[in-house]
Design a protein around this ligand. Structure first.
Ligand code: 5GP
Length: 183
């Protein structure tokens, strides 16, 4: 598995993340934010994005997994994967989000199932505002009508790794975002 093709270089990522940080800084001027990172893929994006936001901020993390029929990594690569639509919480946030400005930070917006689930879950906390920051977006894969508020790059339906994203837990530490060709 060495046949990786660079899709987005690290300098392009850094430039875009700085732009998103500036947008958030402007939109929430004078206010505080809680960044809620979705484990594990968003960890690197969150740490870079948060440092580009010049506001009072705290971090929290949430964990999810999909029930049922997630295929093996090899099948996932060949045909993408379609979950049953059931998302399971594996780690809840540690603090109340009531009356807070919450930005959910996700690596990639694909079918929209995960973020639809998380939005509903976090909305129950009655935050002051609830936004989504997603580094990547594959609009052609969407099953539920959901848009990110702060989106880094729209990409085609390819399987990507790097900058936090994995293939069987590997490649998260690549500095660039790369495509694993489906053959
Ligand atoms: P959604 O619920 O929007 O379909 O799925 C979002 C999750 O699917 C992401 O957080 C990520 O874990 C996984 N995912 C979707 N597309 C890709 C991809 O191209 N590469 C990797 N590594 N994970 C992906």
């Amino acid at each position: 598995m060495t046949d990786l093709k660079v899709l987005i270089r690290q300098d392009e990522i850094a430039k875009r993340v700085a732009e998103l940080g500036a947008d958030i800084t402007k939109d929430f001027a004078g206010q505080s934010i809680i960044f809620v990172g979705v484990l594990k893929g968003a960890a690197i994006f969150l740490s870079d994005l948060a440092r580009q936001v010049k506001l009072d901020a705290t971090f929290d993390f949430i964990g999810v997994s999909s029930y049922g029929n997630r295929p093996s990594p090899t099948q996932e690569l060949k045909s993408g994967w379609d979950s049953t639509g059931e998302v399971k919480l594996t780690k809840d946030v540690d603090q109340s989000m009531k009356e807070k400005n919450v930005i959910v930070v996700e690596d990639i917006l694909d079918t929209g199932l995960t973020l639809t689930f998380l939005k509903k879950l976090l909305a129950a906390h009655q935050p002051r505002s609830l936004k989504i920051a997603a580094l990547l977006d594959k609009p052609s894969r969407r099953k539920l009508p959901l848009e990110g508020d702060y989106v880094g790059f729209k990409i085609p339906d390819e399987f990507v790794v790097g900058y936090g994203l994995d293939y069987a837990e590997r490649y998260r530490n690549l500095a660039d975002i790369c495509v694993i060709p489906r053959e």
